[in-house]
Design a binder for this molecule. Structure first.
Ligand code: UD1
Ligand code: CA
Length: 461
């Protein structure tokens, strides 16, 4: 049986006080609605109807820029007449067989397993409803049950009696039902309530009237069903999410100096005995092998770091393959396309880009190494720069194994320095150096006797 998903995202999000649509605000480096769509996709739905209204084009173009599945159908809800109205509009674009699962663009952390349970209830002909117990249910819809504990209705906070407001079991908003039944109920919705809206939640009482079971699916955590209405809630949910990610990583063998001061905006995989210091940010897919340490203030983006490597404070690593037992930083910048073999040392204020450094190569201080192929055991002296750009094109620098590049060398690419060559400090090189040659690329020093330094003239004193 097919599942079709409806994602509600037409609301204004007034309380965000933002020029950006609420569902486009970021949680852990991804927009709220992107989280929802990613999880929805794990159910392999036939169609995903996204209901947009306020800043709809913005939402549409932000999501179209991502790798979006072809099954997305955009549904415009020009006037927000309620969640029931929104689902009804979406349903006009969905086939009547199968089941419909309704998600909210501002409830980002709903889990696959909870959705699967909800979907399963609908496949068996019932209504699946995701509920949770909240210590502070605030203004959420309340779940009303009868003496036998069966769900009979959802009552919105604004329509609830004082007695009903004491109920702590809340409606997450996430509902699944056989599509044909849901259509019939949506057709019968009325807006004679406190908010003059067509409430999706009213279909619960209709289901009960029609003798259709309402199956509660209890959320596994509060975070899972927390909806975002303002930036305070967004920041709280972000921390809850980060804490949960860190807990998993700690249980997998990593230590954090302080799990409340780390941000994982993507997927972080760790080996055993990694140590992550304070204020580290991970972005995209990052893999740390065993015994890696990441110093404070580092940003590690889409990279793999080999066993035993130490990344010292304030180092930026992006799009790199780092081997084992390397030492990076402090204050190093490893840019995309950098490949560092084992034992490499890249020290302070060294930038690498599309550079391959062979085993045990060292660039300890103040260098730029771009479009460079550097052999093993090479020593790059402080201040060495590969001049890879002529203003139009980029050119390669190739340095053989065991070469020694003296301090403050200017390597004008394209350039080849063969293995074992020695470049004198302060050289500017434009020509190939053969194996084991000494290259001296500087004008000779002259010491001149009897020279008197310039004096300041009276006027300029
Ligand atoms: C809704 C539920 C409430 C539940 C709560 C959970 C209803 C009537 N109430 O209340 O029981 O506890 O969610 O967060 O369903 N939206 C549209 N079009 C509309 C109205 C809303 O797309 O016409 C979207 C909003 O953008 C939002 C979602 O639906 O993503 C929820 O709408 P909102 O107005 O926030 O509903 P709540 O009052 O929070
Ligand atoms: Ca809401």
């Amino acid at each position: 049986m097919h599942t079709d998903v409806v994602v509600l995202a037409a609301g204004k999000g007034t309380r965000m006080q933002s020029n950006t649509a609420k569902v486009l605000h970021q949680l852990a480096g991804k927009s709220l609605i992107h989280h929802v769509l990613e999880t929805a996709r794990t159910l392999k739905p036939r169609k995903v109807a996204v209901v947009i209204g306020h800043q709809g084009t913005e939402v549409q173009s932000a999501l179209s820029a991502l790798d979006q599945p072809a099954e997305i159908v955009w549904v415009e809800q020009a006037e927000q007449l309620g969640t029931g109205h929104a689902v009804k509009l979406a349903k006009e674009h969905l086939p009547d067989d199968g089941v419909t699962l309704v998600l909210y663009g501002d409830v980002p952390l709903i889990s696959q397993t909870t959705l699967e349970e909800c979907e399963q209830a609908a496949r068996l002909g019932s209504v699946g409803l995701v509920v949770a117990e909240f210590s502070d249910p605030a203004q959420l819809g309340r779940i009303v049950r009868d003496d036998q504990g069966g769900i009979t209705a959802i009552v919105e906070y604004k329509d609830a009696s004082d007695e009903q407001r004491k109920i702590q079991e809340i409606n997450s908003g996430i509902i699944a039902a056989p599509t044909e039944l849901m259509s019939q109920w949506l057709d019968r919705l009325q807006s004679n309530n406190a908010q003059q809206e067509y409430y999706l939640t009213d279909i619960i009482a209709m289901a009960v009237q029609d003798g259709v079971d309402v199956v509660p699916v209890v959320a596994t955590s509060e975070a899972e069903v927390t909806g975002i209405n303002d930036r305070v809630q967004l920041a709280e949910l972000e921390r809850m999410y980060q804490q949960a990610l860190c807990s998993d990583l700690m249980l997998a063998g990593a230590s954090f100096a302080d799990p409340s001061r780390v941000d994982i905006r993507g997927k972080l995989v760790v080996g055993r005995d990694c140590f992550i210091d304070a204020n580290v940010v991970f972005e995209g897919d990052v893999e740390l092998a065993d015994d890696v340490t990441i110093g404070p203030g580092c940003v590690i983006t889409r990279s793999r770091i080999g066993a035993g490597t130490k990344v010292l404070p304030n180092t930026i690593v992006e799009g790199a393959e780092v081997g084992s037992d390397c030492r990076l930083g402090p204050f190093a910048r490893i840019r995309p396309g950098s490949v560092l073999d084992s034992g490499v040392k890249v020290g302070n204020f060294v930038e690498t880009k599309k550079a391959h450094l062979g085993k045990n190569a060292k660039a300890s201080h103040l260098s730029y190494l771009g479009d460079a192929q550097i052999g093993s055991e090479v020593n790059i002296g402080a201040g060495t720069v590969t001049c890879n750009y002529d203003g139009v094109n980029k050119h390669p620098t190739v340095i053989g194994d065991d070469a020694f590049i003296g301090t403050n060398s200017t390597l004008v690419a394209p350039l080849e320095i063969e293995k074992g060559a020695f470049v004198a400090a302060g050289s500017t090189l434009t020509k190939k150096v053969d194996a084991n040659q000494l290259a001296v690329g500087r004008s000779r020093q002259r010491n001149i006797d009897g020279w008197s330094p310039p004096h300041k003239s009276r006027e300029s004193k």
